[in-house]
Design a protein around this ligand. Structure first.
Ligand code: HEM
Length: 564
């Protein structure tokens, strides 16, 4: 009887899904763009868990990605990375993907994408889908339009130009410590550059929060006693390493004695991180109440916003008109900044380092610039001044820009159309009438790899970013005149940490390549340079997308760092 009931429910669910799918197919057809069907909702939890196993099996079969049916390819998390610009080359700048839950409209047209970002009220961030990020409270990423502006105003100061000399100094410190650790590594190479770039990026983030430098401890260094939640940096590390579990289950529940021990450890780190954030806010508030200027770090601006909020609450200002941020909101923002700034930067550095290992000629090209700007003496290292040095390191930035072109951590920016009954969007010579509730996604990967916009689109060529300045004849960075490049998103809601990530990346690369070069440990003595390059590129291109694009196993390449 139970079996029959379950079977009946399953049949009803499948039938209902098919009906919803067909309704969305019709909506897509009415927009007058090509429509593809995806019979399963890509955000279905069971499917999200099960698909890893399925793709592991498919990956072992001798089947090319391009020969799989469309519906199978689109069902993979992060399919846009594997598909590159192919679907848009085949179907045009816009096509619809109908699923049982929602209709997606995928946009790879520069002008239409620009229009979507500019019309912030017509194409909203789907904040309901972002609520899961509220581990510690509402934040800039999860706030609706009105509240978002309040958050963003407060966050502009810590990411402004005036904070960059500090970011530069700390990134140089961490970059030099990484170099020391890597040059000390045995002939077997650095065990994990992915782990080390995470440690480095975490240390930079922690220093921005605390205005205090943390020692770098690399994967090649002797093991240290683990301190799960003892300090701010370690609890943050545990929280970010286990973020998927913490997004699914509130950390308060994880600390329950009935939970498995590995989960309670994560729950305690979650609680400790919250306590550290609270402590930082309290210490800052106290310092300010005693007339001291505060740490000058990220927390200072947030605590000022808290003071504004508290004054408005005391004055009885209605909630909708209040300025500043509540305590929950500043804690939420502190968390989201760490979440958004950690793996994005760390993964990008790891991709760039492996690509540099595969392309020693680009290392030489970057080192030429470093020598021209910094000289070649180690003694002058302390004089690498942000204001005079950073703007001149264009080739270092070219390496970042080109790495993010091929491997953007975020592959598409979700927006949705609230306007009833529809929203209009001009795409080339056509006006699309988009029904309310459609998820409209400017496609980062497709735009950044489209052969119509980029010659040799899938090749990693940092030199494409360097052009000759019409005024001086010297080198300057290429700036695309259309929206074909958007790894940090675009428009007013773009990434707050863009400049920070650029400054950090350039500082670290300058430390690593100024007087050293990176190579790969050979698998066998007879492995040729060509074979090594092919192997390293295969590792870099073998990506997964648990939340962001990352290499499935960067540690298959053991990196060595030697003096040039
Ligand atoms: C290579 C590095 C990075 C990339 C590629 C990147 C990319 C992005 C993208 C695509 C968004 C989504 C914007 C949207 O929805 O339109 C975003 C948002 C955000 N990022 Fe980054 N990010 C990077 C580094 C950082 C860093 C280092 C920080 C801070 C320490 C940071 C903080 C943020 C914040 C706070 C937001 C939310 C902005 C808002 O909603 O107004 N990001 N980032």
């Amino acid at each position: 009887m139970i079996f029959e009931l379950l079977a009946g429910a399953a049949v009803a669910w499948v039938a209902w899904s098919l009906v919803c799918l067909e309704i969305n197919v019709r909506k897509g057809r009415a927009i007058n763009v090509p429509v593809k069907r995806l019979p399963i909702d890509p955000y279905n939890i069971a499917w999200l868990i099960f698909q890893d196993f399925l793709w592991m099996v498919i990956g072992r079969l001798p089947i090319e990605w391009s020969s799989l049916p469309d519906a199978v390819r689109f069902s993979r998390r992060g399919w846009q990375f594997h598909e590159k610009a192919n679907m848009h080359v085949r179907l045009g700048p816009v096509f619809a993907l109908a699923t049982p839950r929602v209709l997606f409209l995928l946009v790879a047209d520069p002008e239409a994408a620009e229009d979507i970002f500019a019309r912030r009220r017509d194409f909203l961030r789907p904040v309901a889908d972002y609520k899961i990020l509220e581990v510690y409270g509402p934040s800039v990423s999860t706030a609706g339009s009105h509240d978002w502006a309040r958050h963003r105003k407060v966050l502009s100061a810590p990411f402004s130009e005036s904070s960059m000399p500090f970011v530069w100094g700390e990134s140089l410190r961490q970059g030099r410590a990484t170099l020391q650790s890597w040059t000390r590594a045995s002939a077997a190479g650095v065990p994990s550059i992915q782990k080390d770039t995470r440690t480095l990026s975490l240390n930079v983030l922690a220093s921005i929060g605390m205005r205090r430098s943390f020692p770098f401890h690399g994967s090649a260094d002797p093991p240290q006693a683990a301190s799960e939640a003892n300090n701010y940096r370690d609890s943050l590390q545990t929280v970010l390493d286990n973020i998927i579990l913490l997004l699914m289950v509130p950390y308060r529940f994880l600390t329950h004695p009935a939970m498995p021990r590995s989960w309670t450890r994560i729950g305690h780190a979650g609680a400790a991180f919250r306590a550290h954030l609270q402590h930082m806010v309290d210490a800052e508030t106290q310092a300010r109440s005693q007339g001291w200027p505060g740490s000058g770090g990220l927390v200072t601006g947030l605590v000022q916003a808290l003071e504004v909020h508290q004054r408005e609450v005391a004055a009885g200002t209605p909630a909708a008109d209040r300025k500043g941020l509540s305590l929950d909101e500043i804690i939420g923002d502190l968390f989201v900044i760490n979440f958004a700034g950690h793996d994005t930067t760390a993964n990008t550095l790891a991709f760039a380092l492996l690509l540099l290992v595969a392309h020693p000629e680009i290392q030489t090209w970057v080192a030429e610039e470093l020598t021209a700007v910094l000289g070649d003496s180690p003694a002058a290292e302390g004089q690498w001044d942000y204001k005079t040095v950073y703007p001149r390191l264009k080739r270092c930035r070219a390496v970042l820009l080109e790495t993010l072109r091929l491997f953007p951590p975020v592959i598409a920016i979700p927006k949705w159309t609230p306007g009833a009954p529809h929203t209009r969007l001009r795409v080339r010579d056509q006006t699309l009438i988009i029904p309310a509730g459609t998820l409209v996604q400017p496609q980062i990967v497709a735009l950044q790899r489209h052969p119509a916009f980029w010659p040799d689109p899938d090749a990693w060529l940092p030199g494409r970013w360097i052009v000759s300045s019409p005024e001086t004849g010297g080198e300057q960075l290429y700036e695309p005149s259309r929206l074909i490049y958007l790894p940090w998103s675009h428009g007013p809601m773009n990434c707050s940490g863009k400049k920070l990530s650029e400054v950090e990346f350039v500082a670290v690369l300058a430390c690593l390549l100024h007087r050293h070069r990176l190579g790969a440990v050979k698998l066998r003595p007879a492995e040729s340079d060509r074979e090594v390059r092919k192997r390293v590129l295969a590792v870099a291109n073998d990506v997964d997308m648990p939340m962001l694009i990352k290499m499935r196993d960067a540690d298959r390449v053991r990196v060595v760092c030697t003096e040039a």
